[in-house]
Design a protein around this ligand. Structure first.
Ligand code: UD1
Ligand code: MG
Length: 451
């Protein structure tokens, strides 16, 4: 927790032109969550007493996400995208009304962690008027350079476009996040001018102004990933890669075995229990819970599903939203499950579609079984009772119920409910004609010889 009450201003109004997208930049996802969602979560975890978000006009989807993730968030509109200082000033009312520290975060820097932000704010305790989050990227292209005097004190931040050759050689770059403890921050920001290569009001110019007021500038040097700014699709992919490394390390630290960690893809909210084994090439979309002792075999795709203790999934399984698997369930190769509950010990080991349904305890769904859930207009449910056995290549035409312990003969199309412990089989009588094939072959061979 921070010492003084903390107002966090998040900037999300930038045009994001380098993304070349119709979607606002801050809604592009990393780890299955919009970048803005990551930054809001960080602000919350850092113990902000108030959060203000600056959006551009017309960004209704950005507002909607913010209000959903953080009800009561203060929203401000920046009329024209005139630079980061101008963006912070859009929230001037919140800043002027706030008694305490102010931190600014960029919504396009999704991997900044709460610990990092708290360390940055902590720098203010030593008396600095502003604290800058610095980092040393392998390639500093595009980042503002943090300039220091011979004594190592920060004097200014220079944007790449405005930097001299010598200034560009500075190793320390600006990650974007800043914290202020200035009595009249609004007044200070209003003094920033736009005489630079971009013609924008740069928040980074606050650093030189704080110095000019005789106040110290502090710096906290963070990790490269904390600082990753996403301005292009390529940088989005870099941030994704860094995020995945974090998630893989966390999964393994918490007791999961990843045979080829670099091939397993997590979402921000993937939950794994202990002694989970994950084979190569497994993808987790948002909303997945994997309980203890589960094995997920190679090439499985899992979104919005719960996998109960001791279950075995895959290889090549697809679990879609609403797949709810209890303990010791088996879902095998080329089986798709959507909005369906499979009770303890249920099995669907090969080539099946289980959509909008219920499969009772220890029931067996044979290879090639299809839950025909859609009639072209509406979805309907299929219920397979406890201990039922559905023979291979059956179509269960919903809405339909197979009673507890019932059998469905292989190849049946089931259009009516089947009572408990009954056999339902829908099949034309088998017609076996002795010697038919041999005669057929002889006849064909004779005709061919005549041609
Ligand atoms: C900015 C920093 C740079 C730093 C880099 C880190 C400035 C002037 N430059 O550059 O020193 O190294 O981030 O990633 O601050 N935004 C608005 N309104 C605007 C302009 C921007 O809300 O008028 C928001 C954007 O949505 C974004 C953030 O501010 O979330 C940063 O803007 P961006 O244009 O990405 O700045 P960079 O060029 O990345
Ligand atoms: Mg940026």
């Amino acid at each position: 927790m921070t010492k003084a009450p903390l107002l966090i201003v998040i900037l999300a109004a930038g045009r994001g032109v380098r993304m070349r997208s119709h979607l606002p930049k801050v809604l592009h996802p990393v780890g299955g969550r919009p970048m803005l969602g990551h930054v809001l979560a960080t602000a919350k975890a850092a113990g902000a007493s108030k959060v203000a978000l600056v959006v551009a006009p017309g960004q209704d989807a950005v507002r909607a996400l913010a209000e959903k993730e953080m009800p009561g968030i203060a929203l401000f509109e920046q009329k024209t995208q005139a630079g980061t200082a101008d963006a912070v000033l859009a929230a001037a009312d919140a800043i002027a009304a706030h008694k305490g520290d102010v931190a600014v975060l960029f919504a396009d820097t999704p991997l900044v962690r709460a610990e990092t932000l708290m360390a940055l704010v902590g720098v203010l305790e030593a008396g600095a008027g502003v604290a800058v989050l610095g980092f040393e990227p392998a390639d500093p292209t595009g980042y503002g350079r943090v300039l220091r005097d011979a004594g190592g004190n920060v004097t200014a931040i220079r944007e790449q476009k405005d930097a001299s050759e010598a200034e560009r050689a500075a190793k320390l770059c600006n990650a974007g996040a800043m914290a202020f403890r200035m009595p009249d921050l609004v007044g200070l920001l209003k003094r920033i001018e736009n005489r630079n290569a971009a013609g924008e009001y740069y928040l980074t110019d606050a650093v030189a102004l704080v110095r000019a007021e005789g106040r110290a500038v502090g710096v906290h040097v963070g990790s490269v990933e904390d600082a990753m700014g996403v301005n292009s699709r390529a940088q989005q992919a870099e941030a994704e890669a860094a995020f995945q490394q974090r998630m893989r390390a966390k999964a393994m630290a918490e007791g999961a075995t990843l045979i080829a960690p670099e091939t397993v893809w997590f979402s921000f909210d993937t939950k794994l229990g202990q002694d989970v084994i994950i084979e190569p090439n497994v993808f987790f979309g948002p909303g997945v819970v994997v309980e203890d002792g589960v094995t997920i075999l190679a090439n499985s795709h899992i979104v919005g599903a719960r996998i109960g203790r001791g279950s075995r999934i895959g290889p090549f399984a697809r679990l879609r939203p609403g797949a709810d698997l209890a303990e010791d369930v088996h879902v095998g190769n080329f089986v798709e499950v959507k909005a369906a509950t499979l009770e303890k010990g249920a099995k669907a080991n090969h080539l099946a579609y289980i959509g909008d349904g219920f499969v009772g305890e220890n029931a067996n769904i044979g290879a090639g079984t299809i839950f025909c859930n859609y009639d072209g207009f509406d979805k309907h449910r299929t219920h397979v009772g406890k201990g039922a056995f559905v023979g291979s290549n059956s179509s269960l035409v919903a809405p339909v119920k197979i009673g507890d312990g019932a059998f469905v003969g292989s190849g049946s199309v089931i259009t009516q409910n089947v009572e408990a412990d009954a056999l339902a089989v829908e099949r034309a009588p088998l017609d076996v004609r002795p010697q038919w094939a041999a005669k057929f072959r002889q006849m064909k061979a004779r005709r061919k010889a005549k041609r």
